[in-house]
Design a protein. Structure first.
Length: 435
């Protein structure tokens, strides 16, 4: 991923230096286990750990790989240059390249998930704070983009909080799903390596032994992981789209914070564009790009092929780095989002009480009017508001058929905004588990 959309802690996980360090740790822990089993001399295992402070030379490994055309062999050759060929002959004993590559990938994905979980905690905290801040800030709810009935801005934030909390739970499960390692040798039969080696290495690397591997860890685990990232990205876009709509000039119920000195357009000095949330919409697409390739990686030939390898070299860093950046950016947007309650009220009243049509409909049915007739009575008055700019309450009061069953006071009671917010506390208790 390009630096513009990258943060250093996540980038570091995918750096060559980190990758080779994990390779080394896997090999060194495997040597310890082999020594404990008496397969290799303890002195040889101890010799491998003498390289624990070595900064592996990425350029040198690349140089060797240019000849060997094999990345793991290139690394092992470079390691031998540090610990000596005599001791190095016991490194990688009974192992295959996928033991190192797959276990490393899962270590990286687990570390990436930990960062993403922290990101989500920050986003959840921001959403919760803004939800309580605007718990009673009434705004119009929309369906199909059209005014429906009143809601509150707090409920909007709470809705996004609940969605992101579900995503956090999904990510925890995805982290667990992918936190396995395999040191099972060629085709996964442990023919040349004891299963105890796998158990030891996984324990040291914070993983669980894969119950049954072939020569690779099953890719359904990774498919689930990247699918989860895709769902989180879609939720980010869900929030971003709402903010982009609210920032439209003719709506302007909220907008991204516009900092001093910021410019909105190279041509039009008046512009204040929702650039961050538009960017988040695009970043969500990039994260979702990883989902289908991850699904296609599940089907491999027999016990192993490497059709998945090139895919994962791309989607591993790209999806996690992009999502990390997107979550942090969205948190910043929510934290600084400027909300305009006055505009919310103005928009809500734009159609002169039309948003209370359902209450009138229900009140008429309670008075004994059939639902079909009630609907027709309310709709004919509502259409005057749409088409003539009339006042809904006034039209209802002037309608003889409505007045035949409802008094003025009963009609006016249908226009009480508090009716629509009376259950906000109960909804908040469901979402946040408080009160």
């Amino acid at each position: 991923m390009i630096p513009r959309y990258s943060r250093p802690d996540m980038v570091k996980i995918w750096s060559p230096e980190t990758k080779f360090r994990i390779w080394y740790e896997i090999e060194a822990h495997a040597c310890d286990a082999q020594a404990n089993l008496g397969v290799i001399p303890k002195a040889s295992a101890e010799a491998v750990w003498k390289a624990k402070d070595v900064e592996f030379d990425v350029a040198r490994i690349d140089e060797i790989e240019a000849v060997t055309k094999h990345d793991v062999i290139a690394f092992l050759t470079h390691l031998a240059e540090h610990i000596g060929s005599t001791e190095a002959r016991f490194v990688h004993q009974g192992m295959t390249s996928s033991d190192v590559l797959d276990t490393t990938l899962n270590v990286q994905l687990v570390r990436a998930a930990d960062i993403l979980l922290t990101d989500m905690d920050a986003l959840l905290a921001a959403l919760k704070r803004r939800a309580y801040e605007h718990k009673e800030t009434v705004r119009i709810g929309r369906s199909h983009g059209i005014h429906a009935e009143p809601t509150t801005m707090g409920l909007t934030f709470a809705r996004f909080y609940a969605e992101m909390e579900r995503n956090r739970n999904r990510l925890e499960k995805a982290r667990f799903e992918v936190a396995t390692g395999a040191i099972s040798g060629a085709v996964g039969t442990f023919a040349n390596i004891d299963p105890a080696v796998e158990e030891h290495v996984c324990a040291q690397m914070g993983l669980r032994p894969e119950p049954i591997s072939t020569q690779v860890i099953p890719r359904d685990r990774h498919a689930m992981f990247f699918a989860t990232l895709g769902v989180i990205a879609s939720s980010i876009e869900n929030v971003a789209i709402e903010i982009r709509h609210m920032q439209r000039t003719e709506v302007l119920e909220a907008e991204e914070f516009f900092s001093k000195g910021q410019k909105g357009s190279s041509a039009m000095p008046h512009k204040r564009n929702p650039v961050l949330t538009e960017n988040l919409t695009g970043l969500a697409r990039l994260v979702r790009m990883a989902v289908v390739p991850a699904m296609e990686n599940v089907a491999l030939w027999h016990e192993r092929d490497i059709s998945h390898s090139s895919v994962e070299r791309g989607i591993g860093p790209d999806a996690t780095i992009t999502l990390d950046f997107a979550l942090a950016r969205l948190t910043g947007v929510i934290d600084k989002l400027v909300v305009y309650p006055e505009n919310m009220e103005r928009n809500m009243n734009k159609f002169r009480g039309l948003i209370h049509s359902q209450r009138v409909l229900l009140a008429l049915t309670q008075k004994g009017v059939s639902r079909e007739d009630s609907y027709a009575l309310v709709q004919r008055n509502a259409m005057k508001v749409w088409e003539q700019g009339a006042d809904f309450l006034s039209e209802l009061k002037a309608d003889a058929e409505v007045r035949a069953v409802m008094s003025e006071a009963e009609i006016e009671a249908c226009f009480d905004l508090g009716y629509h917010t009376k259950n906000v506390d109960r909804i908040f208790a469901r979402v946040f588990g408080e009160g």
